[in-house]
Design a protein around this ligand. Structure first.
Ligand code: ZN
Length: 151
């Protein structure tokens, strides 16, 4: 593994791969969306239990590369308890981190993904589960595919 890649696979990412959080379908889910990243072969389903405008519970299932699965796991921990608007704000922040390598202003595990910006092909891996989650929040049942996004 090159030193660049070891930077990319930081401790937070390794930890989420070893012990994925909120993995598996939540029984009381009332929203779900599928995400597909054909350029890498990543697949991800995101399940939400929405309570009004708030994400009362969230989980994911899927298979794919280390970046995509770690990102999905971390995403669930970040979005649980958040409103739809807060979730959209977090995605904007995460998107800047993975496309610009900009570390978050406040200490956040999302910063672990800053190294992804040096590997443009992996940005889709990192954002896949977020696209699925935002689709589920919007009630958009069409699968999220990274091919319809420039990022
Ligand atoms: Zn991937």
């Amino acid at each position: 593994m090159s030193s660049d890649l070891s930077d990319l696979y930081q401790q937070v990412i390794l930890d989420h791969n070893r012990r994925p959080r909120n993995r598996g379908r939540i029984p009381a889910a009332n929203r779900s969306a599928h995400g597909d990243n054909p350029s890498c072969g990543d697949q991800c389903d995101v399940f939400l239990r929405l309570d009004g405008d708030r994400i009362a519970d969230i989980s994911f299932e899927g298979s794919g590369c280390a970046i995509s699965m770690a990102s999905a796991s971390l995403m669930t921990t970040q979005l649980k308890g958040k409103s739809a608007q807060e979730a959209a704000g977090l995605y904007e922040q995460f998107h800047r981190i993975v496309t610009e390598g900009k570390e978050p202003e406040e200490m956040s595990d999302l910063g672990a993904f800053a190294g992804v910006h040096a590997f443009p092909a992996r940005i889709k891996c990192a954002t896949l589960s977020w696209h699925a989650a935002l689709n589920a929040l919007r009630g958009d049942t069409a699968p999220a595919t990274t091919e319809s996004h420039t990022d």
